[in-house]
Design a protein around this ligand. Sequence first.
Ligand SMILES: [Zn+2]
Length: 215
Amino acid sequence: MEKIDPVLYSIEENQFLIEHLGEPPLVALRSLPPTVNPRAVTPVLEEIYSLEQLREHRGEEWAGVDAVKASLKRYVEEALKWQNDKRRGRVRFPSMHIFDTKGRPHRGGPGSDSGRVKSYFDAQGERKEFALELSGEVEDVWKAPTQADAPKSGIKLNDELNRWECFCGWTSSFNPDSRSSQNAARARMSKHLRTATDQVEVHREIHTNEFGGAN
Ligand SMILES: [Zn+2]
């Protein structure tokens, strides 16, 4: 288990985990409510308990019980909020949509969650993942841009090398003295973003943000 993803569990299961994570699994399972499936929560209790044991006895750091509980609580709060919003006529799962400038939701737009909910919007309107990495060192490791941060870091203009650079390593060079060469390089980048075959979703989202969906 590399990540804990609260979305995979019911609200009751999340609430049970918030209360009992960090306890020895056999102890925690004694207070299992009838609405909670032991097969769903046992692997999580076991994983978290063993991570805690490794930290105590061998000093191996990891994200920590508090961080996991915070992640589960955030999901429960959001999920309950969505249920209320739904009753007031709003979309059931906001992060499965993108919102246009008038605030209208479009299901399945670029960068939105597909298939199932994976993210939520924080107070600043930024898309954030619910899932939490359990390893303690993840913060320092370079990660490929996620759908959430791709728009900001997706492509950049390298003035020294006179080329456009995509996050995936693809580049498009131009002659700095020629306007048409610069335009052509930008057009090639646009085409690359539309036709890249790896990390397709991320490329598409960058394309939408940079080129507004036009060719
Ligand atoms: Zn690329």
